[in-house]
Ligand binder design. Sequence first.
Ligand code: NAD
Length: 410
Amino acid sequence: MKDCRQFYIDGAWVHPAGVDELPVINPATEERIATISLGTAKDVDKAVAAAKRAFESYSETGPDSRLALLQRIIEVYQPRVGDLAETISREMGAPIWLSRAAQAPVGLRHLSEMVRVLGSFKFEELKGSTLLRKEPIGVCGLITPWNWPMNQIVCKVAPALAAGCTMVLKPSEIAPLSAYLFTEILHEAGVPAGVFNMVNGDGPTVGSAIASHPDVAMVSFTGSTRAGVAVASAAAPTVKRVTQELGGKSANIILDDADLEKAVKEGVHGCFLNTGQSCDAPTRILVPRSKMTQAAAAARQAAAATKAGDPFTKGTNIGPVASAAQFEKVQRLIKKGIEEGAELVAGGAGRPDGISKGYFVKPTVFAGVRGEMTIAREEIFGPVLSIIPYEDEDDAVTSRMTAPMGYRAT
Ligand code: NAD
């Protein structure tokens, strides 16, 4: 079992200020696979102070040296893609084929893209008699979720490094192990001390301390709408820059003249990819009312062909959802769909047949869903699809708007 109780501050692995710990659970087995420490505001202070000191020199480096650093990170990252893939599958349950094809290598794509952009980026431009100079903003606070852990982390770290910023990362406490490996990669690649710092912990403590810290100039947050609201509120008194990517409930409108069966099957796969845990998953399929029966039949077939199982077993299409809390939430919403009168055409509550352990969910499809139903409006973040009928294209566009993208207190 991996001991991941240290934080990475000022170029070194250090002991946390507090004593609280959290087990990291493999969602396929419900077993502890590692332990992390839960940081405190003191750890955040220490990390921010290191990043602030490092900013003085790192912000003055030229684009060429930052380009060389990014290239060195790519070199160190490449041979560790396999390790990262296995770690991601163990910490959050993505099937290993998905971790190898996307979850782990996507970090390389972000780094390569940053190399490309930085190669020709103009930090200074003369506009008439005005010299426009783009400067690094300062210490960045980076807070990330568990669903695409490496994607979320690297798409924040790579541009911050390219711009000349320093940073403090708080990865998701549900999937912190890939962040550990990534930190090792940055260390080995020679990122200067203090430029990148990593503190583990929960959102209300470490996340909130980062968001409200007076020496953090900007927060980049990806996660739930609920936590996004908390981050924006915590950041407001220090008037820092806040960028957010929050929850989603994407609509997939299938038009009358489409190849219905093909479009529905592709829609089901899109919704179930990564076990339905993507912010851009097309979780609502809108079909012409006259084609609801056909669409439901095609979706039932696609769901039946979706195999939920052990992430490391060949033939598995979807793994478990990432945590016990996520499992409970998905179960609650499936039951709510049934209670509110949606037609269950595949899956349903409980684990898939033959599975008695792990946070596995049946690939589930509801047909005849109405816009006001909870499952049409709330982000479920599991392999659960809603098929919603529409009358004509105007109605489809209007229905698309019914799912609230904003925060709902209830
Ligand atoms: P989450 O909001 O629970 O957690 C995300 C991160 O925020 C974690 O590191 C968590 O510790 C931290 N956090 C939680 N409460 C906080 C607080 N009060 N202050 C500061 N930080 C806090 O989300 P999650 O469950 O990890 O991820 C799933 C959610 O993320 C879904 O809603 C999904 O749609 C969203 N997401 C969005 C995108 C996007 O690009 N739009 C991408 C991935 C995930």
